[in-house]
Design a protein around this ligand. Sequence first.
Ligand SMILES: *[C@@H]1O[C@H](CO)[C@@H](O)[C@H](O)[C@H]1NC(C)=O
Ligand SMILES: *[C@@H]1O[C@H](CO)[C@@H](O)[C@H](O)[C@H]1NC(C)=O
Ligand SMILES: *[C@@H]1O[C@H](CO)[C@@H](O)[C@H](O)[C@H]1NC(C)=O
Ligand SMILES: *[C@@H]1O[C@H](CO)[C@@H](O)[C@H](O)[C@H]1NC(C)=O
Length: 453
Amino acid sequence: MLRSLLPLGVALLGATSVLAVDPPSCSLDKKCPEEAPCCSQYNQCGVGAFCLGGCDPRMSFSIDSCVPAPVCKDKTYKMDSLDRYKHISEYLGDSSKVDWVGQGEPLLYNGHTLLTMPPKSVGTVLATTTYMWYGNVKARIKSSRGAGVVTAFILFGDVKDEIDFEWVGVDLNTVQTNYYFQGITDYGNTGNLTVDDSYNKFHDYEIQWTPDEIRWLVDGKVGRVKKRSETWNATSQQWNFPQTPSRVQISIWPGGLETNAKGTIDWAGGKIDWNSDEIKKYGYYFATFGEIKVECWKTDKAPGTNKGISYYYNDISATNNTVVDSNKPTILKSFLGTGTNMNKGDKAQSGSASQSSAVHAIPGGGVVGSGNTPGVDGNGGSGSSGGSGSGSSSGGAASNPGCSSDGFVQNCGQAATDGGDGNNSNNAVRGADRTLGASAFAVIIGIAGLLFL
Ligand SMILES: *[C@@H]1O[C@H](CO)[C@@H](O)[C@H](O)[C@H]1NC(C)=O
Ligand SMILES: *[C@@H]1O[C@H](CO)[C@@H](O)[C@H](O)[C@H]1NC(C)=O
Ligand SMILES: *[C@@H]1O[C@H](CO)[C@@H](O)[C@H](O)[C@H]1NC(C)=O
Ligand SMILES: *[C@@H]1O[C@H](CO)[C@@H](O)[C@H](O)[C@H]1NC(C)=O
């Protein structure tokens, strides 16, 4: 469901250069160019945040273009504060300071975190800054409700391995489970579990993931088991089984957006009603998240370790024997950095103002739902046509309807006026502010030439 990014939210830096074009797209067959080497979760190329969480080494310029991913940490997230949440335009990879990064409008309510989706927005997504390489994750959740409104609690890897719980807002007595190997679509992978009123009642949803099986639990009861041994693909001679480090992602997203593929809208229970009682009463659709607990897989030898600082891949086959648990650093000095030049933009490294090229540094295009969306034709990691509206590949990103030509305006121009205060000039970044909220169309540019003034 990747949609083309509209040339909006143009950020202006020092009035010298404007970047109004879409970032280049990327797929397995079309890797990113050298100047914008990192292929984001939304299958677009850039630097900075494009190289952090979600960066796909298989589709990036080189296998080391992406920044290494922080290893698993056992952790209980209370979700009663947003102190350790940052918008993706404020995070450079230090997972010791930030637990969640995201886009959209998370809110606190009664000691819980609400992920909201105001009218005509694309919702909200949060992802952990550390990765799980097998292990257990349990979350206390009340889903959203309403036709076309989807809540997701998933594990999502940079090479698009994925394990899902998803709620479609027309059926509050079912939670759908799913998994993907490297984003390859297989409609046979889904399975439904029964749940009692997912909207009004908290339930505990848990994924237990080992090299041999995935178990989906609701309130401590195993509802579904998928064994790796059932997933052999004789053609590719591989297990089509999720096996690589993955972030926990929670989201609310508009499956029923009019501009989505028909298959997606149908799967999501129909088109979204932006004048529903829910919207009238609260001003947004929302899903409620209580405590989320991550327990890393305990093992002494790969796969599944978390001894070092970071994970990276040493081969683009991106199977579990190609993941290295390493001591490589994970933090960029600025949004101009990439995996192969992590100190770029460092003030201390003073250089001369030579170049003035503009590249995208914050993946925009609204918000991720689940990585992969049932019911979308042509979905999948092979993404041969990563272009506009092709629905190639994961991300579940929708274009920002608030900024589209359909007339609704949600502060789309704000990014342009956001830029002039001279504050962030050390990282040369400007962009859609988080007050853009769900629209969060964060096209942000870095201009190398300004760095060294
Ligand atoms: C799961 O439930 C949904 C309705 O909530 C239904 O449309 C879908 O076909 C079911 N899937 C399976 C695999 O039973
Ligand atoms: C098996 O692997 C091939 C080659 O990678 C792929 O095209 C096919 O979709 C896979 N089959 C399934 C059921 O995933
Ligand atoms: C992952 O690693 C385990 C243990 O080394 C191995 O048995 C398994 O076949 C590998 N592949 C997958 C898909 O888990
Ligand atoms: C930049 O913003 C921070 C936080 O708002 C503020 O404390 C700081 O003084 C600002 N720096 C400049 C140079 O304006």
